[in-house]
Design a protein around this ligand. Structure first.
Ligand code: URA
Length: 307
């Protein structure tokens, strides 16, 4: 699927999901649009894998007809029932999955290309290591952070510093291991801090746009069932500037046809130790576990509800 089309589709889905989150149950679309959406190749909804995808249901809009804007008067509209699943949730997955050997070879090739990358000369000259990613290339769950910090640059592995150790704990609390998921960043190089001997800086929009094709290739090869975006910068790099992380977190989005859960960055939890903030991240993770069909114990459901 061409990237531009995929981005357009993701944007449309995300808009519909925002409406859905606000309680909107159906939207008006022209029959032509509905037919065009319905004609796209599909894959089953993640939660309803066994059931054949429901066709998009045109319905007459109940209640008094809304006042249509003048330009739209000539176009008949029907309602797209949002409760039946959004079209892009069934959007085509990128080609057929590769067999494990071919996948490993493609991943190794991608990693070699990233290791030799000099698209951002200032980052290429300041980095100690390209921090490509870590974990299983067959993972069902992918975590995406913003960029390597000093520890990660030193060790060539994402999320190994204090925030990374907390992320590992969060992963383990779900019952998964760090090795069974995949962890990557939008930027594969540490953002340089010229003139400073310590500290990190936020990656620029240009740096993220330059580097993100590597992440896209990682996503398309791994094909996880869910993605967790860690923190405002990662969310911005993936979805563009929308609303703040406080409003985005906890609500599913779609990214490259895959359900994406925005949540707070573990570094935020290190700065803000309030139980309520830990609980929010944990609630996001519970949603992710549900999406993956993981067992959830009563104890797990209750984590971070009382001191
Ligand atoms: N923060 C990130 O976003 N990524 C890392 O790899 C480490 C810290």
């Amino acid at each position: 699927m061409p990237d531009a089309y995929r981005q357009l589709l993701d944007a449309a889905i995300n808009h519909l999901q925002e409406l859905q989150a606000q309680g909107v149950r159906s939207v008006s679309v022209s029959p032509e649009t509905l037919a065009a959406l319905d004609a796209k190749p599909r894959r089953p909804l993640p939660q309803k894998a066994a059931a054949p995808p429901a066709p998009l249901q045109p319905r007459s809009i109940p209640g008094p007809a809304p006042e249509a804007p003048k330009a739209a008067e000539a176009t008949p509209v029907t309602a797209l029932d949002l409760s039946l699943g959004l079209p892009g949730e069934r959007a085509a997955a990128p080609a057929a999955p590769l067999d494990p050997e071919a996948k490993a070879a493609a991943f190794a090739d991608l990693s070699r290309r990233a290791a030799a990358c000099v698209k951002c000369p200032h980052l290429a000259s300041s980095r100690k290591n390209v921090v490509f990613g870590v974990g299983s290339i067959h993972a069902e769950l992918l975590f995406v952070g913003e960029a390597p910090g000093a520890d990660e640059d030193e060790q060539g592995e994402p999320f190994v510093g204090k925030a990374g150790q907390l992320l590992t704990k969060i992963i383990q609390t779900t019952g998964l291991s760090r090795e069974s998921v995949y962890i990557a960043n939008i930027l594969k190089c540490r953002p340089d801090t010229p003139g400073q001997s310590a500290g990190n800086r936020k990656p620029t929009a240009g740096e993220m746009a330059t580097c993100i094709p590597y992440l896209h290739e990682q996503i398309d090869l791994i094909r996880p069932k869910a993605i967790v975006a860690l923190g405002a910068t990662a969310v911005e790099g993936l979805l563009g500037k929308t609303v703040g992380i406080t409003r985005l977190r906890g609500n599913w989005r779609i990214y490259r046809g895959i359900p994406l859960m925005p949540t707070y960055h573990p570094a935020y939890l290190l700065r803000n130790q309030a139980l309520s903030e830990k609980r929010k991240v944990w609630e996001d993770m519970l949603q992710v576990m549900e999406k993956l069909g993981m067992p959830i114990s009563g104890k797990q459901r209750g984590f971070f509800t009382k001191p």
